[in-house]
Write a new protein. Structure first.
Length: 637
């Protein structure tokens, strides 16, 4: 088919739609709430497309291109690309939520590919709207197993960069997305398949044995072999009575009408006899006769460790451990004590390092919820793509990479207790909408589930930002701000608590010297005066780090002449000490990123970790990937 044929047809449709060639923006752009609904509806497509969009973009990175995913109506779902060209595109409101179908923005690769039901390349004046003559676009429809269009994939650049191979790459990526969606659907069907069941059973961290009604073992999962010290050969021909005595008690309870059996039993393991918790279930036929019995063994110690791991989400600090005599600080403490039992949301404001989480723990431990979970989550440290699953959890099979059995979200883990949302000002707008719904309704919905789960959680939020200013800028929802700001607490910076500095120095000196098994260092009057009048941009956290440095070096790194803390002293200290594991890890990650020119996908593969894990570490260590790319180019020169 001649290229001009589909362009002519598209132009004719645009005239029928009465599209104005002088139009700049799409006629239809969704607001954030409606876009969220679209994202939810096409979540599977977005997740399946994400790695291929990354790969597609990595092929053309630095060449002023961006990749676009739309739904079946041409609504942009997600965009990835070079910053310069994205700024240009965003100025034309080619943004998530904008409709790129012909009816709203005229001839373009995304909309015309959907209209023509075939891959399309549209360049320069082949776009109906003149504002789009700057672009060259290559788009391909994405279809489901029945051939229905469910979206489109597009690669857009400046018109002078047009190349016929670009369309081929887009078509290949769209086909790969279709294949991934097909694989995902096939995996769902495998849930009813014996192979898939066995795979699931082997992945469960409990011993699972299936027996006939007479006690002969039919199957045992790998965890059973590991727990009891057997290999597959040893297990063959064994009977359940060889594993634990009084097994007939289980069968008798089922014959008497019981549907489950639960009891701690002593297992005759190959090496020793140990306690395990046993839960057993009968498998009956259509006549109600017992065909098999499933025995599930849980290591009692391991089970307790799991519980303890969850219980580590406990508040440690109490108000009597919070040091300070400053009038405003004491007022904040007294107010916090008064509201400790309130169900209303508390917002703690203050600069970084002022002790907002310590304060939140103090509130938890002063109220009726002190024996319940305290779950802290830093909204600024989690990639935007993961924060929803972290907060609300997900069901098995909710998306590619989801754990078998799903995962509890932080709200469910914090049930009956407190969730501490640190750096709430960094929370994405779409998550702010969901958080508001949780506050108003007291329920959460896991990803992939329509079921509402009631939660009784007191929310304490914290931020170093001026949320009111963030509301004005449109970066924070006004309704959520007022929901959070019910009981506000503002912590003063350390520079406004000068009378507390000697107390804090004494406290940290004792605490850290005991931890390091070193003698405290005496600070003379002159140095103390300097520390009291120092600005402390890092607040209490900076003071604590300085005291640890002082104890380690037995030297006070203060330049009284320049009235500053000597960076050179800190540098010298670090050079003469063994680097920490975190420092080694950071250095290694930076080296690998440099080697692969800042490409996260290739670096993650080389490091043998997931891409999301690498993103978390990049954020944790504040690594600039663009600098990695520049470093690699310099080395090549």
């Amino acid at each position: 088919m001649n290229k001009t044929d589909y362009i002519k047809r598209s132009f004719n449709r645009c005239r029928e739609y009465e599209i104005n060639k002088d139009r700049v923006y799409s006629k239809k752009i969704l607001n954030s709430e409606d876009l969220y609904v679209r994202h939810e509806y096409r979540r599977e497509l977005i997740i399946a497309a994400e790695p291929f969009m990354d790969q597609l973009y990595n092929f053309v990175k630095g060449s002023s291109f961006f990749s676009v995913l739309t739904d079946e109506e041409g609504c942009i779902l997600t965009v990835i690309g070079d910053e310069e060209i994205l700024s240009d595109a965003f100025s034309l409101k080619m943004i998530p939520g904008a409709f790129m179908n012909e009816e709203n923005i005229g001839t373009n690769a995304m909309g015309t590919a959907i209209a023509e039901n075939r891959p399309i390349q549209v360049s320069a004046d082949e776009h109906f709207i003149e504002a789009y003559h700057r672009w060259t676009c290559s788009g391909a429809p994405i279809k489901d197993e029945n051939g229905n269009i469910i979206g489109s994939l597009d690669l857009t650049g400046y018109s002078e960069n047009v190349h016929s191979h670009t369309l081929g790459m887009v078509v290949a990526a769209a086909n790969a997305i279709e294949k991934m969606l097909e694989i995902n659907r096939y995996n769902e069907e495998l849930k009813n398949n014996k192979i898939f069941v066995e795979t699931i059973i082997d992945s469960i961290p409990f011993g699972i044995i299936t027996c006939d009604p007479y006690g002969s073992i039919i199957s045992a999962n790998k965890e059973t072999l590991k727990m009891f010290g057997y290999d597959e050969e040893n297990m063959e021909g064994l009977e359940i009575k060889n594993i634990f005595s009084n097994w007939e008690k289980v069968k008798n309870s089922f014959e008497e009408g019981e549907t489950t059996f639960n009891e701690d039993v002593i297992i005759n393991a190959k090496t020793n006899k140990v306690y395990f918790n046993l839960t057993a279930y009968p498998i009956k036929d259509v006549k109600g006769e017992i065909n098999n019995i499933v025995y599930i063994f849980k290591d009692v110690k391991r089970d307790r460790k799991s519980i303890n791991k969850i219980l580590e989400s406990k508040a440690i600090y109490t108000f009597d451990k919070i040091i300070g005599e400053n009038r405003f600080f004491i007022q904040a403490v007294e107010f916090a004590k008064k509201v400790a039992d309130s169900k209303s949301t508390i917002l703690i404001m203050g600069e970084s390092g002022t002790g907002k989480e310590v304060f939140a723990q103090g509130i938890q431990n002063h109220g009726k919820r002190k024996n319940e979970p305290f779950v802290a989550i830093n909204c600024g440290a989690i990639p935007k793509s993961l924060i929803e699953s972290e907060l609300f959890g997900y069901e098995e099979g909710a998306f590619t990479g989801a754990k078998r059995g799903g995962q509890l979200g932080k709200f469910e883990l914090a049930n009956k207790g407190t969730i501490f949302l640190d750096e709430i000002g960094e929370m994405p707008l779409d998550m702010q909408t969901r958080l508001l719904r949780v506050i108003e309704e007291g329920t959460v919905n896991r990803i992939g589930s329509g079921k509402s789960i009631p939660v009784d959680v007191r929310i304490i939020a914290a931020t170093h930002k001026d949320l009111f200013e963030e509301v004005k800028k449109g970066d924070f929802r006004k309704d959520l701000f007022y929901r959070l700001n019910v009981l506000p607490i503002r912590l003063p910076p350390l520079r406004d608590r000068k009378e507390d500095i000697p107390l804090l120095i004494e406290y940290f000196m004792k605490k850290i010297s005991k931890k390091l098994n070193k003698r405290p260092v005496e600070i003379n009057k002159e140095y103390m005066e300097f520390l009291i009048n120092y600005e402390w941009p890092g607040n209490i956290r900076e003071l604590e780090n300085l005291i640890e440095l002082v104890i380690n070096t037995e030297n006070i790194p203060i330049d009284l002449n320049n009235k500053s803390i000597s960076i050179e002293s800190i540098k010298n200290f670090k050079e003469h000490n063994v680097p920490t594991l975190e420092e080694v890890e950071k250095r290694h990650i930076k080296n690998v990123l440099t080697k692969f020119k800042g490409c996260v996908a290739l670096s993650a593969k080389a490091l043998d970790i997931g891409r999301n894990t690498l993103y978390r570490k990049i954020r944790k260590y504040n690594i600039n990937c663009s600098q990695m790319e520049q470093s690699a180019k310099m080395e090549q020169k």
